[in-house]
Design a protein around this ligand. Sequence first.
Ligand code: GDP
Length: 540
Amino acid sequence: MSALEAVASAPESRISQSLASENPYRSRRTFAIISHPDAGKTTLTERLLSAAGAIQKAGQVRGKASARSTRSDWMEMEQQRGISVASSVMTFDYQGLTFNLLDTPGHSDFSEDTYRVLTAVDAAIMVIDAAKGIESQTLKLFEVCRLRDIPIITFINKIDREGREPLDLFDEIADKLALDLTPALWPIGQGVDYKGYLDLVEKRVVGPTGAPGAEWDDIEDLLEHEELIADPVFVNALDTLELARSALPKFDLEDFQAGHLTPVLFGSALKGFGVAELLQALGEWAPEPRPQPAEPAPISPDEPKVSGFVFKVQANMDANHRDRIAFVRLSSGKFTRGMKLRNVRTGKDLAVTSPMFFFGHDRELAEEAVAGDIVGIPNHGTLSVGDTLTEGSAIKVTGIPNFAPEIIRRVRLTDAIKAKQLAKALNDLSEEGVAQVFRRMIGADYLVGVVGALQLDVLGARVEKEYNVPIGFESVGLEVVRWVESDEPDEMKRFIAAQKSHMAEDRNGDPVFMAQNAWWAQRAQDDYPKIRFLATKERR
Ligand code: GDP
């Protein structure tokens, strides 16, 4: 049986079709996939899209990206490296629901964009390689999800190959992520021994080809199936599942939606095992668009007036137009093309005449959109990451953070006459979110901070190309960056005075402490207990 046939034997839908008729936003499921490179995110994306019928043939996602011809120079640079910095959106309908899958760049050289995409989703799928368990990037992305209590469905991938023991993986996930787990699909063997899985949601056994087999009310009923218990692989699967179940909580929708409990599905993106069930789980359990944290009050998706926020700006998507697309996640109201929206930060109105929906690298005009949807708005620099758009009300969306950079470099200007141009370039590009820019308190050096080395290359290439200022980057021996604040102004003054050579200001003028390494950062924290050291800062 092919993967697609396996997908076609999905359980009957129990998703209500009537949700959407009154409040279209209630049918939206906006999510991302988080994983470490090579865990199988691309393969799973293709499978999900084909399971939903969004593409005819699995393999198109990657094919489309590489076939794209109009690319600007720095997009070419990404292409040469075989990676994509562009987080795009894939929208597909399935069983009366509209899924918006926000892509997060999968390369290890990822950027703050990757993090910020997670501020625009209501749920995430965490893909883990069954042979590798939790890897560094999964952990980082998970931590960002936790900041917002984003509910997570865990997919342990590649069970068609030899991997680690399920119980061992459960222990590791629970331990490293401090998260409650509950099994939803449990594998019967792995690799060459793979015999299918136990589907705890539908209470059925699914065979190695995806064909449904024995069903149960109580899992012990399975002991009566002689043909099953004659197989030691099956008996072992049942035993370990029982061990897991006795130690773990049952699935609870509220706990899941609050981000405390993750249902775990074992499967194979490559072979299509468990993919239909994953899609089903997402449709049934993942929350509809949630209220958006904002000042003075959270924005309910029921609010009739349109509001949304920019979570990403992508420049140079079209080489011929030098355009910038601001990706806006709608938080409320019904948006229609041509509408005027106010950028709350600048107070200026913007007629949104050519909003776009994206499908991978393709785009189409967005005539209408509701809360949960992602709309691309072309602009020439009026929209920045973190901006709130409304029909006029002075609300400010919150929860769009800057993340402490992990790489700090001094900007070296090769042509001193261009200092002014450099200042403008760095200011523009930091507003766009390409990199963070800091000014040292001693000396006038610009420091740039990024979370992935690729961001530096992009920054350098764009400053040179768009502002005609050639620059280089130099190491400054600083590795850990923390915003600092305190309720006691005198203590803050004392700290800054003592640490002046390690202090800088960010683009808002907020103080930032930079340490040589984690040990020194910890030492400063120990020495100054009244100072708070923050790894994220609300974007203003
Ligand atoms: P990404 O970097 O997370 O997007 O990972 P990819 O989807 O590109 O997958 C990385 C590699 O793992 C590719 O060679 C895939 O064919 C392979 N892969 C993905 N899913 C599975 C799976 O379920 N089983 C096996 N055996 N290989 C897989």
